[in-house]
Each structure stands twice: as C-alpha cells, then as structure tokens.
Design a binder for this molecule. Structure first.
Ligand SMILES: Cc1ncc(COP(=O)(O)O)c(C=O)c1O
Length: 387
C-alpha cells in the first residue's frame, strides 16, 4: 500500500483491515477536478468562497429533495432538509440540541463506535439493547424502556444505523422498524436514523427507512457523501420535520456558521447535477460487491469452523464472532506483530467486555490481494490460538 493512503496511527506497509474509508482508487478524483476547475473559473466563484446560507447550499438541497422524493416517495420539501458537515457533524448537532448531560439515550449493542464517543462526550446515559440478524431485539429495548420509566427517565432518542449497520453489516427488518416506531410513540423518544450505507446495496431490496415508515414523525435521518463520493468533502444532509430543521438553522451554533462547508457543497451540487453521482454509485456497488465477495471467500477458506461471521448484502463491514477460547485482545496483539490491524469488537459496545470475542473487518479500503492476505493471517492466528 502507498504510504500516503495508510490510515493514521498505522505503520506504512501494514494491512489495515479496520479502515472504514473508501479505497483511494475508488474516489472520483478526475471528475471532481473537472468540477472544481469549472467552479473555480466560473463567474460565481466568489460566492462560494464567502459565508453560505445557514441551511446549506440551495442547489444541493434542491437536488437531494428531488432525489429522495423520486426514489422513496418521501414527500419532503426543502424545509425538511439541511446540509451538514458529514453525518458525524449531524450526530453532534442533534446530540447537542436534544440532550443535556445525564439524559438517557438508546442504542444497539453493538453500535457505531464514533457515535458512542459523541454520546459519551455529552455525558449521556447510554442504554444498549442487543441485536440479532434482523436488528434490535425489541423485547430487550422494551425492557430498557420500562426500567428507565421506573427510574423516572424518558430517553431522548434511539440512535440506529438501520441498513448495513456499522459494525455488523446487518439490515434491520421492516417489522422491527415498525415495532420500534410504535415504542417511540408510546415512550415519546425520537429516532435518529444514521443512514449512511443504503446507497451501497449489492443485491436484494432494502426495507423503507424509519423516516418513510413513520411519515417523518419524530425521525431525524442522516445521509452523507462520504461513502459514495469522498469523505474529505465533509458534506452530508439531515432530513426532519420543518420545525426541527428551522430549530437547528436558527440555533446559536449555526446562526453565524455560514452553512456547512459552502465551497465543498457547491462542488458536490455541480457534480450531482451533472448526473455523475448516480453513475458513480452504480460503479461503486460493483466494486464493493467484488471486494465483499473476495473477503467472504477468503473467510470461507481460511477461518476455523468455530468462527462465525455476517454475510452483508451491502455497505463496508463484516462482523466476526470468535470462539470462547479466543479473546480479541490476544488476537489483536498477535495480529499487530504480523502487521494486521482490525477493529476490536470492544469499541462498539457500551460495556467493552461484551465485545471481547468480536471484531470488525472492513472490505472497503484495501486492495483485494491485501484483503485476502490479511484474512489469511487472521485465520492462521486464530487456528493456532484454538489449538
Ligand atoms: C454509521 C456511520 N455514521 C457516520 C459515519 C461517518 O460519516 P461522515 O463521514 O459523513 O461523518 C460512518 C463512517 O464510518 C458510519 O459508519
């Protein structure tokens, strides 16, 4: 691997199976160069180098509203959508607005590690319920809700990655989504739907989003250009009720914020409106599907039989369960000695010990030869640790 594409904190030449980045060769560098060049020479460039609208670039908002309505029949208006600095910026903004330290929120176990970091930063009580292959186990979620109620607490929101979840790669089934919406109405919590992977579907169909199933009621849905265009642009979007969007746009945080990354947003708007994004997504699906197939084939041929893993139909990740005799910390230490880095399961749980026999592999970043080599090394190490 080229040193310039080695993720932070990893020795050059090693195999970073943890990296949830798009591979450098999947970034549309030349197409973006052309759009940036044209924007730079255009008469309007000074406009994009200045502060922008608080709600975000109007052309990009219009494009996204039209796309979402056309594809999902959501019936949203421009008042329902704002541009944000990536989905992460949206999670931070929502958490800042909807919670105070000590408030409770609900998450899956496991859940997206970097969202857990944000919730911890805000001093929240994070209540996790386990998932199975169809998403959150609703009876466990309900148990948490009853316990919170008994202690006089109403959770502020349920944070969920509903499709191709990070870290497990699973899709939450439509019945589960419906049951969660029912509970959200009964117990009065919002749903924060971090929908960053749904465009990267390799086969099969996806259930409607929480936002669609709930007719937008009390759902805040995040999207991003990080997984299907380029994360360095730092552009995403949030859809929610017009009142909520207005609340964010008029908040102190944004009032003199100049909108999310106006120059990047202008570039993304031009790129999308040329039709290039749709074609790029189609191409990416094939590229990632191939990597997923190669990773699964390598797992099938190299892993001892006591190891289990998910078989995602989209997204970036595969989630492994190690046998009880193999702790992820021990495997991590040995893998690093051989230059292989993966994401330990521990970071994805509120109680790290719950992830002591899990790990996440990403197939999005590495060239296929390294993906295969990394999985072979892990298979070999695990086999020796079991023996
Ligand atoms: C579930 C989830 N949300 C958000 C992000 C980050 O998105 P962004 O780059 O838009 O902040 C990721 C990236 O790994 C993710 O997996």
């Amino acid at each position: 691997m080229k040193p310039d594409s080695t993720p932070q904190g990893v020795v050059a030449g090693s195999i970073p199976l943890f990296a949830g980045h798009p591979s450098s060769d999947l970034l549309p560098v030349e197409a973006l160069q052309r759009v940036i060049g044209a924007a730079w020479q255009g008469r309007g460039v000074a406009r994009f180098l200045n502060y922008g609208d608080e709600q975000g670039n109007p052309q990009l908002i219009e494009f996204l509203v039209e796309r979402l309505n056309r594809r999902e029949n959501l019936g949203i208006r421009r008042e329902n959508l704002m541009i944000i600095g990536g989905s992460t910026g949206g999670v931070g903004m929502i958490t800042q607005h909807l919670t105070a330290p000590g408030d409770a929120i609900l998450v899956d176990a496991p859940s997206y590690r970097d969202a857990l970091h944000i919730f911890r930063d805000h001093g929240l009580e994070i209540c996790a319920a386990p998932i199975d292959d169809d998403g959150i186990i609703v009876a466990e979620l309900e148990r948490n809700l009853r316990e919170l109620k008994a202690s006089g607490k109403t959770p502020r929101f349920y944070y969920v990655v509903p499709s191709f979840q990070n870290p497990s790669g699973i899709i939450m089934a439509v019945e589960r989504r419906r049951e969660v919406i029912k509970l959200s109405r009964e117990y009065r919590f919002a749903i924060v739907e971090d929908d960053v992977y749904s465009d990267l579907r390799f086969e099969g169909a996806l259930p409607p989003s929480f936002y669609a199933l709930a007719d937008g009621e009390n759902v805040l849905r995040l999207g991003t250009f990080s997984k299907t265009l380029a994360p360095g642009l730092r552009i995403g979007w949030l859809i929610a009720s017009a009142e909520r969007i207005a609340g964010f746009v008029e908040s102190g945080l944004l009032r003199m914020g100049g909108g999310a990354n106006p120059f990047s947003a202008a570039v993304v708007a031009d790129y999308c409106r040329s039709g290039a994004w749709e074609a790029h997504i189609q191409w990416l699906r094939g590229q990632y599907r191939r990597r997923r197939d190669i990773a699964l084939a390598a797992l099938d041929s190299c892993m001892p039989k006591d190891v289990e893993w998910t078989r995602p139909t989209g997204g970036y990740f595969i989630w492994l369960r190690l046998p009880p005799s193999v702790r992820v910390d021990a495997l991590d230490a040995r893998a690093k000695e051989q230059g292989v880095y993966f994401a330990s399961g521990k970071g994805f749980f509120v109680n790290p010990e719950d992830g002591a026999h899990h790990l996440r592999l990403s197939f999005s970043f590495l060239p296929v030869a390294e993906l295969q080599a990394g999985i072979e090394i892990l298979g070999d190490l695990i086999a020796r640790m079991i023996a």
